[in-house]
Ligand binder design. Structure first.
Ligand SMILES: *Cc1c(COP(=O)(O)O)cnc(C)c1O
Length: 712
């Protein structure tokens, strides 16, 4: 019985540190407790452990040899948390007493913690995980959304419907923070429309900690209690108040918890009010003026911009700013005009709204875009802010995004890497030499591993499609058809991301007749689509509707499918199992993109417009490019041309390469390309490289008050 108690305790401890989300062995332990329940709970180990009975646990402990596996997992976690031989312990010592504070509106850590909507959140989650692996002293700050982002389903007319599910805090890997008085910690912010209160939850992400502010407390008005109900759910009033909570509330929370960060990192402009609160608190502590203080705080502030489209930046009218930030403005001893000027490109223009990106750029000395191309687009876009500088001199550099490899790599691929790159490859993943041994992987072994992953993906899609058809009340014939979609031997193309207009989800479907040729040829292809449109985005919903119509075209039955409710789980299956990942944004609107990076690590190939990360990744042999990276003043012309280029490369390059087999039935030239992708890109587009770049080019200079010499 003592053994049994210890087993349960250790399982609960493992479940309460999100380290498990990148440990296949620990994931398998949780799944083996009850595979059906594991799936039904969105892979939530806390919920599984709450629902499983002691008898069931005892039985599974015997059947699945759990005791030994849990002991070993627990020992690995303990070692990991204690390890002080990390890269950061050597290279980031100056951050140890005063960590980096990393602010983001969303964090994508795992599907069971639904506080993200897309790439921005997943990037933030990957950043925390790599900071943990590298041992960088860093704390995250975000918001806890009771209902998260919506769950998507498609109705029988083919339209996206949204469901919001209230999360139960007892089933999330969060713990309420307690103040020095033993009471739950609270922060508050005075505004002209009432005081806003919040509690603070804590999430363990390996060695890093994430703090989440939550306004659902009894002291608040009803509308403030609902403020953090939904991610990106409200109007401008909700949005500015959420951003007030994130930025100002976030800094207050850190101070209340005893943190004195040496660096403030704003992941996108949403959190830019944080810098104002840093200034206010230093003015209060030192008795200094705004003008004297702003320089110090800007020197320690890092800003990452993500939006290459002028209209995409948060902007607020003067009345809203005064309502929600007027009291903070008074504490900063600024006039309304001077305060508004901080968020204006042209401070004298009284009609210009308050822009969060402008605020962040004015109040930080370290600013970057998220790919080389995006850096240069951002310098052009914000040149008017720096009238004395040429475009090339605008102080915005770039650090290209990367993905957290252990979170996105299929265990089967990890085994190949262990075998051929050496078991310690994860800690050497930033170095090009590590990846040279990709060439040692026998072609047949790589191809077989890929087929296993593709078969798993097809199983997953069929299971989902049966569930979807059943929900719509379709008949037995339809259910049987859903269970048979897709073919293991057919070139499989994935397209999954948010249905923002510029991503042009239906570009490849523009001419159904040409498409039919592609799909029904003797060298056919098949498509898996997934993605959510923002609930207010009519056009995005039209795109989904359009794709659903195509999936229901009898000519394409079983060859084009749509998987509902895109989340990190669906993403993981897709990026691990597809042959080809399609990415066709309207250049240059994809700041970076990261999903294609997940694909290449797993041996899939990218077929992409030369935009974002792909513009600096593609070398002619490590994937496929659509077009030559041109743009056109007319979007219609650009779409037309890109569509033609897309079909050209599919017909003339992709399909021949995939289906050309040798005597052993292996597509050698395709496999060469897979290896070229892993070898030439694996070391560059991972989050360890990204976080190390942030440490070198942003965090250490910011912590030392030095100016920044970031790559251009
Ligand atoms: C990786 C990921 C993204 C980012 O994909 P992009 O291609 O950069 O748009 C979005 N959503 C989920 C769930 C992801 O896992």
């Amino acid at each position: 019985m003592a053994g049994q108690d210890q087993l349960a305790t250790r399982l609960r401890k493992l479940a309460r540190n999100l380290w498990w989300t990148w440990q296949p062995n620990v994931i398998n332990i949780f799944r083996d407790l009850d595979p059906a329940l594991w799936r039904a709970t969105d892979h939530n180990p806390i919920e599984v452990l709450k629902k499983i009975t002691p008898e069931q646990l005892a039985r599974r402990a015997d059947e699945a040899a759990l005791e030994f596996r849990v002991d070993s997992a627990f020992r690995r976690l303990t070692d990991y948390l204690r390890n002080d031989e990390s890269w950061g312990a050597v290279h980031a010592t100056t951050l140890r007493s005063r960590p980096v504070a990393y602010f983001s509106m969303e964090f994508g850590l795992h599907e069971s913690l639904p506080i993200y909507s897309g790439g921005l959140g997943v990037l933030a989650g990957d950043h925390l995980k790599s900071a943990s692996d590298l041992g960088i002293p860093l704390v995250g700050v975000g918001l806890l959304y009771d209902q998260g982002y919506f769950r998507q389903w498609i109705d029988s007319q083919g339209w996206q419907q949204e469901t919001y599910l209230p999360a139960n805090p007892d089933l999330l890997p969060i713990a309420e923070t307690i103040g020095p008085d033993g009471q739950p910690l609270r922060i508050s912010i005075d505004t002209r429309v009432g005081t806003l209160h919040a509690r603070i939850w804590k999430v363990a992400v390996g060695r890093t900690t994430l703090y989440l502010l939550d306004s659902n407390v009894p002291e608040n008005s009803d509308s403030d209690r609902a403020l953090t109900a939904r991610l990106y759910g409200g109007d401008a009033q909700v949005r500015i108040r959420q951003e007030l909570l994130l930025g100002v509330g976030g800094v207050r929370a850190l101070h209340a918890l005893g943190y004195h960060p040496s660096v403030i990192h704003m992941n996108e402009g949403h959190s830019a009010f944080a810098v104002l609160e840093m200034i206010r608190s230093e003015m209060e502590a030192e008795g200094t003026s705004f003008g004297e203080t702003v320089r110090d705080i800007a020197a320690m502030s890092v800003f990452t911009t993500h939006t290459p489209v002028a209209a995409g930046h948060d902007r607020f009218p003067a009345e809203l700013v005064e309502q929600h930030l007027g009291m903070l403005r008074e504490a900063l001893h600024l006039s309304h005009d001077d305060f508004m000027g901080l968020g204006r490109v042209y401070p004298q223009d009284h009609n210009e709204p308050f822009c969060m990106t402008v605020l962040a750029l004015k109040l930080s000395r370290h600013a970057n875009g998220v790919s080389a191309l995006h850096g240069s687009v951002s310098r052009r876009m914000w040149q008017p802010l720096y009238p004395s500088k040429t475009e090339e001199e605008v102080p915005i550099g770039h650090i290209t995004n990367g993905v957290h490899v252990p979170s996105w790599l299929a265990p089967q691929m990890a085994e190949l890497y262990d075998r051929y790159l050496g078991a310690d490859w994860p800690s050497r993943q930033r170095h090009p030499e590590t990846w040279l041994n990709i060439e040692r992987i026998p072609d047949g072994e790589l191809w077989e591993t890929r087929q296993v992953l593709k078969a798993r993906l097809i199983d997953f899609v069929r299971r989902r499609l049966v569930i979807q058809a059943r929900r719509r009340g379709e008949d037995d014939a339809a259910l049987a058809a859903a269970a048979r979609v897709l073919d293991l031997n057919v070139l499989t193309v994935g397209f999954a991301r948010r249905f923002a207009t510029y991503k042009r989800a239906n570009l490849v479907l523009r001419e159904p007749e040409r498409l039919a040729e592609l799909l029904l040829a003797n060298r056919p292809i098949q498509f898996i689509f997934a993605g959510k449109a923002h609930p207010e985005d009519r056009f995005g919903k039209e795109l989904i509707h359009n794709i659903i119509q195509v999936t229901r075209d009898p000519r394409f039955t079983g060859r084009i499918v749509f998987v509902e409710d895109y989340d990190m789980n669906v993403a993981r299956h897709l990026v691990q199992g597809v042959d080809l990942w399609l990415n066709n944004p309207r250049r240059p609107q994809e700041a970076s993109g990261t999903s294609g990076q997940k694909v290449l690590l797993n041996g899939g190939l990218n077929l992409s417009i030369l935009d974002g990360w792909w513009a600096e990744a593609y070398d002619g042999s490590n994937g496929f490019a659509i077009g030559q990276g041109r743009t056109h003043a007319s979007p219609a012309v650009q779409d037309e041309r890109d569509h033609r280029d897309l079909l050209d490369v599919l017909f003339h390059q992709v399909i021949p390469l995939y289906y050309e087999r040798d005597a052993e039935d292996l597509p050698r030239a395709w496999i060469d390309r897979q290896k070229a992708a892993m070898r030439s890109l694996g070391w560059r587009f991972n989050a360890d490289r990204m976080v190390v770049d942030y440490v070198r080019y942003s965090y250490l200079p910011a912590a030392g008050g030095l100016s920044c010499s970031m790559p251009r």
